[in-house]
Design a protein around this ligand. Structure first.
Ligand SMILES: *Cc1c(COP(=O)(O)O)cnc(C)c1O
Length: 395
């Protein structure tokens, strides 16, 4: 049966793709080795550096984010190398599992899945590694399963305080272009990202930003790799080309996405996300529900994971919200399955999109019989009204 109106895709990635990007992608496929291609190649290869805030190479793969996770490791590590990983949630666990499949030896700092990575614990672990066997510290910038962020600049400081040579590898798949990220300033060695979250593109592109130190580690690393090889990419990219067929039409979209982010201004994009996250938490408080992330400074601007009361099932609630309000929300993953639902407020979102989404949640809580107080949407609107001035000044 036809459903009138637009579907609300409010999962924390893929995020809704703006019409402007869909139109940019809707082009005839071009010859990726032809003389004109380098214009597009150079445009996106230079533009994406500004989004990562780096002057270093950023490699663009035709793959999902998981591919770029693998690329980060196979280009910098050798069989049996130790990693220090922080289990902030489901995505950190998946990266760890991937590392083990590659024959690496991750040492894990566990958490209760309600916070970001703790820089002090990282420093302690590195100080304990006097032989410098740990070759990489792997952290998820925005943990999409729990809605917590890790303080990457503080983690860099912790690594330096321990005087440890390990590389800093950061998954900013859902962080980039939604939450502030500064590759050069924060001293990140490899940043991993993807197209379908803050960049507002369909799934299918992924990224590795690579520091000098990472490139140097690459020359010594011996894990086998071919498709993911940085050196061939970097060489071809110098002329605006790729060693194998890139996702040509997604690159048209990427060029448009970069334009859109820069027209709005990255700082305004980040402020918009922070404000929408705060409005969402205001609604959650008013409903009498609990946000999964417990640390004030580590609340994600990208998504909010909400705990349902004991005795309620978050997946049943999501099913009701989908059926009644044509709105998709994110599910709880592994440890928190059925216990949380996730509201995505990333990408091409305005106040009205957010209020619409929160309305769907509030109606769904009612229809599904989840114990809550009404007026969460009103509280969020009050917050948005009260903070309107700040937004107008930033623009
Ligand atoms: C989405 C996401 C991934 C996985 O990316 P895919 O494109 O699904 O492979 C990994 N890490 C984080 C933090 C994510 O949000």
């Amino acid at each position: 049966m036809r459903r009138a109106g637009r579907h609300f895709l409010q999962i924390p990635g893929p995020s809704p793709v703006p019409d402007r990007i869909l139109r940019a992608i809707d082009m005839p496929v071009v010859d990726h080795r032809g003389p004109g291609f380098a214009d597009l190649g150079n445009r996106v290869l230079h533009g994406i550096k500004r989004i990562f805030k780096t002057t270093q190479p950023v490699i663009i793969y035709p793959s999902s984010g998981t591919g770029a996770w693998e690329a980060a490791l196979v280009n910098t590590m050798s069989t049996g190398d130790k990693l220090l990983m922080v289990e902030t949630g489901h995505f950190a666990s998946l990266w760890q599992a991937l590392a083990m499949k590659l024959g690496l030896k991750p040492e894990l700092i566990e958490t209760d899945w309600r916070r970001g990575a703790d820089p002090d614990l990282i420093e302690q672990a590195l100080r304990g590694d006097s032989k410098h066997e740990i070759k990489g510290v792997c952290v998820v910038h925005n943990e999409t399963s729990t809605g917590s962020t890790s303080r990457i600049a503080a983690i860099r400081k912790a690594i330096d305080a321990a005087d440890h040579p390990a590389l800093l590898l950061v998954d900013t798949i859902s962080g980039l272009a939604s939450a502030d990220f500064r590759f050069d300033e924060w001293g990140v060695d490899v940043a991993v990202s993807g197209s379908q979250k803050g960049l507002m593109l369909p799934p299918g592109l992924s990224f590795n930003a690579v520091s000098e130190k990472a490139i140097e580690a690459n020359s010594r690393a011996s894990l086998p790799n071919s498709y993911w090889q940085w050196s061939e990419m970097i060489e071809a990219n110098k002329r605006g080309y790729f060693p194998y067929t890139p996702s040509t039409n997604l690159l048209f979209g990427l060029a448009e996405a970069i334009d859109m982010l820069e027209e709005e201004g990255l700082d305004n994009v980040f402020a918009r996300h922070i404000r929408h996250a705060a409005a969402t938490r205001t609604a959650v408080d008013a409903w009498g529900l609990e946000v999964q992330c417990k640390i004030q400074d580590e609340h994600s601007p990208v998504l909010t994971a909400v705990r349902v009361p004991d005795g309620s099932d978050a997946d049943q609630l999501r099913a009701v919200i989908l059926a009644e309000c044509d709105t998709s929300l994110g599910n709880g993953l592994s440890k928190v399955a059925g216990k949380v639902f996730r509201i995505g407020h990333l990408g091409d979102i305005n106040d009205v999109t957010l209020v619409g989404t929160l309305s769907a949640v509030e109606m769904g809580l009612h229809h599904a019989g989840v114990p809550h107080q009404a007026n969460g949407v009103q509280a969020a609107m009050d917050y948005l009204k009260a903070t309107r001035e700040a937004k107008a000044k930033a623009a």
